[in-house]
Design a protein around this ligand. Structure first.
Ligand code: 26A
Length: 348
């Protein structure tokens, strides 16, 4: 296979996941919901040591879009994916660098001199996962880093941009710099809703970015949070997808919205004008629940497989199916990981 040319450039928050199997007591102690993603506040900061000391937690590479970048590179030819974010000058940062290098992802981190690398506490209970993130250095990403000539050259050379909605809490100007580049040169800008709290509490930031979004990814609870904060007046996932697909856009390219729904079919809406949309449904690759290790990173793996399909020029349905396939592989591993030796895509 010919080498890639770093067609795919991803931006977001590099984190180290501290993942352990927890229980109701642990969730209660820190006021966490079984299946959620939040930003840590002072009362959560004991969680990380608690997980390590009392719940046999493992340290694994995380950060939603970083997981997605590794997932896309798992499928794409060598040298296809670049990942950008901010880490600290510490062992955790070195660990992330090594894991991405092993996965074949080129990283261009901003290294903060003062703050430590960000951490995400992951509490697994059954098939749920509760994510509690202390962004630390990840919150110190600066658009000036992106504008450095050697980094901006990578931006210019890329054809597809992928940004996790989680980055709306960090740097809207950095996101908009990529979005403008995509819009002005007819490239693709792909964005993920990431978590319900983004549409809920970062609505204004999301509304600044959405007009540039060519492909929006999310799950059913993020769709519901978007519908509620934007008063769409419906809870129907297909309707929500259709309305977002048709919401104002900077470029002529019709917007595509893809919502996964756990084991229910994935919904895709492609804007068709007059508030209409082509709706497609794609079934998931079901596996027995005894085969599931944990669901941390399932959505990121979906996005990685999906992006690999889009970068390779596959159809929307095939790209969704590749996403489902990679998610199926990832939930059988510990955390947001992919099996080695590498497996090849088989249609679901
Ligand atoms: C800003 N926040 C809250 C976050 C995250 C995040 N990645 C970026 N920003 N909160 C959790 N994650 C990551 O999501 C992955 C699972 O989808 C975790 O690190 C985890 O690997």
């Amino acid at each position: 296979m010919a080498k890639g040319k770093f067609e795919l450039l991803c931006l977001e928050n590099p984190l180290l996941d501290i993942q352990g199997v927890g229980d109701e007591k642990l969730l209660e102690k820190y006021g966490l919901k079984a299946n959620d993603a939040i930003l840590a506040e002072s009362q959560h900061l004991g969680l990380y040591d608690d997980l390590i000391q009392n719940y046999n937690a493992k340290l694994i590479a995380g950060g939603a879009a970083q997981n997605t970048a590794r997932g896309a590179q798992y499928i794409l030819p060598e040298d296809s994916t670049v990942y950008i974010g901010c880490i600290g000058k510490d062992q955790y940062g070195e660990t992330l660098k090594d894991i991405c290098a092993k996965a074949g992802v080129r990283t261009e981190y901003r290294i903060d001199e003062e703050l430590p690398t960000g951490r995400c506490g992951v509490v697994i209970t059954g098939h749920n996962r509760s994510l509690c993130t202390d962004l630390a250095a990840a919150n110190a990403y600066k658009p000036e880093h992106l504008k450095q000539p050697e980094i901006w050259k990578l931006v210019e050379d890329a054809k597809f941009y992928y940004v996790g909605g989680y980055h709306l809490t960090v740097s809207v100007p950095a996101i908009l710099a990529l979005a403008e580049e995509a819009a002005s040169k007819d490239k693709s800008f792909v964005f993920n809703l990431s978590a319900p709290f983004i549409a809920q509490f970062f609505k204004d930031q999301l509304d600044q970015v959405l007009p540039y979004v060519d492909i929006l990814l999310g799950n059913e609870s993020e769709a519901a949070a978007y519908a509620e904060s934007h008063e769409l007046g419906t809870t129907d996932v297909k309707e929500i997808a259709k309305l977002i697909a048709n919401s104002p856009k900077k470029t002529e390219k019709p917007r595509t919205v893809v919502f996964t729904q756990g084991t229910d079919p994935t919904i895709a809406a492609v804007a068709k004008g007059n508030n209409n949309a082509d709706i497609k449904e794609v079934h998931v690759h079901a596996i027995g629940s005894e085969q599931i290790n944990d669901t941390n990173g399932a959505g990121d793996a979906f996005a990685g497989g999906f992006l690999a399909g889009i970068v390779k020029g596959e159809s929307l349905e095939t790209s969704i199916d590749i996403g489902q396939w990679l998610a199926k592989l990832s939930i059988q591993e510990l955390g947001p990981s992919y099996p080695f030796p590498k497996q090849s895509y088989t249609k679901g």
